[in-house]
Structure formats: structure tokens, C-alpha cells
Design a protein around this ligand. Structure first.
Ligand SMILES: NC(=O)c1ccc[n+]([C@@H]2O[C@H](COP(=O)([O-])OP(=O)(O)OC[C@H]3O[C@@H](n4cnc5c(N)ncnc54)[C@H](OP(=O)(O)O)[C@@H]3O)[C@@H](O)[C@H]2O)c1
Length: 282
């Protein structure tokens, strides 16, 4: 079994640095995928209300025979429910779908600065309620840019425990990561292998060959050494296993730098830009 490091968040809670993401896994396949991930040794599962598979994550955890306290589970607020009253109801639904009385981490999924009068501050204050009443052990944000984090710092009393952002070798997102580091906000990297888009890169292939590892392992190890939290998604058991085997090798700084130098800035983004993203499920 590979020992996954635990990070201590700014609220004192701990989070495993490596987890398993279930974005784009259909509800009908989620319980099986999560069961396989738990069997391999993953103890951190990342779901969201908008993924439509919270119920199956809870089912897999209960079927595993593990204690609830053995697995770190994150979920996120649906973009439709930023108004405080709606957020309270949606969070209750998340807990009942999961079948839990708490989540380890609850996030605002997107800041939606062009919607809700740009008022993600009220939404954040509502998450503070969930933290105070113990139903969200930790609270954080996702896809927040530096100006969004600065606004929370100016207008509220709690610093998010994490900021979940798109990060991979083609979008190193170092300005947002740097703000987090300076202010005690852990960075979680979503789409850590750019949904497969960085795996054909010749620089990554060359480092993989030298290390005797796969391109996915090289990229995930790069995240680990940068100190970010990752949760690659796969429905393929051999890949789930491969993605978990990151703790028996490391890079020299030249390899790290060569991967970081692949950054393409905004051109490397594979997902939406948080400044303009305004999707609300119908
Ligand atoms: N907060 C947010 O806004 C946000 C946004 C996006 C994602 N996320 C979270 O981040 C997690 C990961 O991101 P993601 O799902 O977008 O992308 P990802 O983990 O970067 O990539 C997943 C894709 O790569 C393939 N893959 C996985 N391991 C591989 C390997 N070892 N070799 C080759 N291909 C491999 C998977 O295929 P198969 O499944 O077919 O094996 C899948 O197509 C999500 O599941 C979700 O939990 C959060």
C-alpha cells in the first residue's frame, strides 16, 4: 500500500493529498468506480451536486465496510443555488443524497461573478454557517481568481481552507496558487492530467521513459511535488491503480522545471474561464 501524505488545512483538519474524482462518471457507474478506488487504497473522494452522483458515492462508501471517518469526502454547491436560502436547502440535499451527517469539505463550485449581482460573498457566509454547525468540517471555494479571494478576505471573517482550480502542465495557474500559498489556502488541482491532453507531450514522454513511469504518473507526481492536492478521475481499474502509485519515485529539479516550462498560460486552459463562466443547470 502506498502511503498518501496528509495535509493540514488552515482550520486544523487534515486531507489526503491524493484522491479520486468522479466528474463525468455516470450515476450508474459511480458506485462501482468508487468501490474499486477504495479497494485500491484511495481514501479521498471528490464529488459535487452538479455531477449527479453523490448518492452512489455514499452507497459505495457504506458498502466498503470502511468507517465514515476513514474517507475524506468533498462535495460542492450547485451553480443554481447561490442565494443563501437555496444554498441551505441544497446543502441539506447533498447530505441526504450522500446519506451522511457531515461532509469533510464543501465548496462553492464556481464564483459566477456575472450572476447573482456578483454576490458570492453572501454565498460564502452561508457556507460559514455549515462550518459553524459542524455539518461541513471544512469549507472552501473552487475556481476563485485572486480578485475573488481578495474580496472574501476584505468582506468576511473566514479564509477558505482550499481553492480548487484548473492546474496541469499546460496551465500552471501560478498566480492563483501563489496567492493561496501566501494566505494559507491549499490549492486543489482539477483536471490534473488535462483530461488526458498532456499525456502525449514529448517532454513528459521523455521524463516518463527516464523514470520508468507512465506519462500520467509523471504529471501527477509533478503536482505532488508542487504541493497541490489532486484527484484524477478514471473508470479504468488499471489506470486507477497507476494513478495511485506516485510515492516510490521523485524528480530532480531540472525535470520539475522542464514540466513547469510547458505552461501556455490562458491558451492552456481546457475548461471555462472563471471570470466569465455563467452556467446554471436548467
Ligand atoms: N471544481 C471544478 O470545477 C472541477 C472541474 C473539473 C474537474 N474537477 C474534479 O477533478 C477531477 C479530475 O479532473 P477531470 O475528471 O476533469 O480530468 P483528469 O483527471 O485530468 O482526466 C480524466 C481523463 O483522463 C483519463 N485517464 C485517467 N487516468 C489515466 C491514465 N493513467 N492514463 C491515461 N488516461 C487516463 C480518464 O479516462 P478513463 O476514465 O476512461 O480511464 C479520463 O478521460 C474530476 O473528476 C472532479 O472530481 C473539478
Amino acid at each position: 500500500m502506498y502511503a498518501v501524505p496528509n495535509f493540514t488545512l488552515n482550520d486544523g483538519n487534515t486531507i489526503p493529498q491524493l484522491g479520486f474524482g468522479v466528474f463525468q462518471i455516470g450515476a450508474e457507474d459511480t458506485a462501482q468506480a468508487v468501490s474499486q478506488a477504495l479497494e485500491i487504497g484511495y481514501r479521498h473522494i471528490d464529488t459535487a451536486e452538479m455531477y449527479g452522483n453523490e448518492k452512489e458515492v455514499g452507497e459505495a462508501l457504506r458498502a466498503s465496510g470502511l468507517d465514515r471517518g476513514d474517507v475524506f469526502v468533498t462535495s460542492k454547491l450547485n451553480n443554481s443555488f447561490h442565494e443563501p436560502r437555496d444554498a441551505r436547502e441544497a446543502f441539506g440535499t447533498t447530505l441526504s443524497e450522500l446519506g451522511f451527517d457531515y461532509v469533510d469539505l464543501f465548496l462553492i463550485h464556481w464564483p459566477l461573478p456575472t450572476l447573482y449581482d456578483g454576490d458570492f460573498v453572501s454565498t460564502w457566509k452561508t457556507l460559514e454557517e455549515f462550518h459553524r454547525d459542524g455539518r461541513a468540517r471544512s469549507i472552501g471555494v473552487s475556481n476563485f481568481q485572486v480578485e475573488h479571494l481578495e474580496r472574501l478576505a476584505a468582506e468576511t471573517g473566514t479564509v477558505p481552507a482550499v481553492n480548487r482550480i484548473e492546474v496541469h502542465p499546460y496551465l500552471t495557474n501560478d498566480a492563483v496558487r501563489g496567492y493561496g500559498r501566501e494566505h494559507g489556502i491549499a490549492t486543489e488541482a482539477w483536471s490534473p492530467i488535462a483530461q488526458g491532453g498532456v499525456l502525449e507531450d514529448p517532454t513528459i514522454a521523455e521524463i516518463a521513459e527516464k523514470a520508468g513511469k507512465t506519462p500520467a504518473q509523471v504529471v501527477l507526481r509533478w503536482h505532488i511535488e508542487r504541493g497541490d492536492i489532486v484527484f484524477p478521475k478514471s473508470v479504468t481499474p488499471s489506470r486507477m491503480k497507476e494513478n495511485f502509485e506516485l510515492f516510490d519515485f521523485e524528480f530532480d529539479s531540472a525535470d520539475m522545471d522542464a514540466i513547469t516550462a510547458l505552461d501556455q498560460g490562458e491558451d492552456g486552459r481546457t475548461g471555462p474561464n472563471p471570470d466569465t463562466f455563467a452556467y446554471v443547470p436548467g
